[in-house]
Design a protein around this ligand. Structure first.
Ligand code: ADP
Ligand code: MG
Length: 358
């Protein structure tokens, strides 16, 4: 399939945006803390041209689905809601968006926690910026994308995914202060590559566990007399909390400190050690790991050449991220770890590098 076959015209412009994986800083965002995502190699690409029948037409190659929209009174459902949301937030900023033909195709795994939704929004907004010469920068693109997802797709998301998709690439990671929105684009650990493997474990407890952790963090912050756990930088300050809250707070405080250590500049080896420490903290203090994730992380950490590995995302299932040393060897490491993982009775799947992604 291609643009011409769907719309009987050539596209005027196109823009791409990648998915993302969080390297460090887990369960810190709702504590006003720090995160460190990077872009994955897989991208979403949006092509655009003006539509001549007064309607917007959105086509997804991944879904082989077309949605046509006349006017702006009615928010569509499904994938079109993300694109419609992008048009709406631009119009609310005062820009006039003419009827468009939009074609989207993506290699970002959809619904696997690598943020295909942010990649869709950011590539859509960047393509519109290009077509219509809109004076908006990449940070504003991320903010508009977040607004589109919250208000039109109905997903209460933070700003990390959109910032990473808009600002980072596969050679860089994004430091983000979720309280002040200060961001810094940093080089990835040198002479190293990223591997992401889906554990195949269903994230059945994810939302109840997530809400419970949020409540525990709020309670810990209240007992400590601070606005958020981000305001505590010394882990010994949580010592007098009740046992459970102490462990929850200790994870958040030490995790924030791990991200801040990276800001000071660390070797690739040290970065890997921080990822390992992050996993131990998520497993023991925060208790959001499950046996499948622990097994996969353990296999990755024991694979020679792997500098560090941890669960990524909220936990209770989902994926693991690893940092591997060297260049051009990520596929081999990923394949080796996946084989061992699957021999343990699980069914995992390589998400990054993309040669193995579906
Ligand atoms: P994630 O962002 O982790 O991939 P989400 O549930 O947040 O998972 O977003 C997935 C949704 O985004 C899909 O259900 C679909 O509506 C939309 N989406 C993302 N990429 C595409 C695409 N290329 N084509 C159609 N829809 C897409
Ligand atoms: Mg998403």
């Amino acid at each position: 399939m291609n643009f011409h076959k769907i719309f009987a015209q050539q596209p005027e412009t196109e823009a791409s945006a990648p998915g993302r994986v969080n390297l460090l800083g887990e369960h810190t965002d709702y504590n006003d803390g720090f995160v460190l995502p990077t872009a994955i190699p897989q991208k979403t690409t949006v092509q655009l041209a003006f539509s001549s029948d007064g309607k917007h037409h959105f086509y997804s190659e991944n879904l082989d689905e077309i949605v046509s929209i006349l006017g702006t009174n009615h928010t569509p459902s499904g994938f079109a809601s993300y694109i419609f949301g992008c048009i709406q937030v631009l119009q609310q900023k005062g820009y006039t968006i003419p009827p468009l033909n939009l074609y989207v195709k993506s290699l970002v795994p959809i619904g696997s926690g690598l943020s295909s939704s942010a990649a869709l929004e950011v590539s859509t907004l960047k393509a519109m910026r290009q077509l219509l010469n809109l004076p908006i920068n990449d940070v504003e693109i991320a903010q508009l994308a977040q607004q589109a997802e919250i208000h039109y797709a109905g997903v209460q998301c933070g700003i990390m995914d959109q910032m990473a998709s808009s600002l980072a690439d596969t050679e860089h990671m994004l430091f983000l202060d979720t309280r002040t929105l200060e961001q810094r684009v940093l080089s990835l650990p040198s002479d190293a590559e990223i591997v992401v493997i889906d554990s195949g474990a269903p994230r059945s407890l994810a939302s109840s566990g997530y809400n419970q952790r949020r409540a525990e963090c709020e309670e810990a912050a209240r007992l400590l007399g601070v606005k958020a756990l981000r305001d505590i930088s010394d882990a010994s300050a949580v010592q007098d909390l009740p046992e459970l809250l102490k462990r929850r707070a200790r994870h958040v405080v030490t995790e924030n400190n791990r991200v801040l250590e990276v800001l000071q500049g660390v070797s690739s080896q040290r970065f890997g050690e921080l990822m390992n420490a992050s996993h131990a903290s998520l497993r023991d203090d925060y208790e959001v790991s499950v046996p499948a994730l622990d097994t996969l992380v353990d296999i990755l950490q024991k694979t020679p050449g792997v500098l560090g590995a941890r669960l990524t995302g909220a936990g209770f299932g989902g994926a693991c991220v690893a940092l591997v040393s060297g260049q051009g060897k990520a596929s081999a490491y990923a394949n080796q770890a996946l084989t061992a993982y699957n021999q343990s009775g699980y069914t995992g799947k390589i998400l990054v590098p993309e040669t193995f992604a579906k």
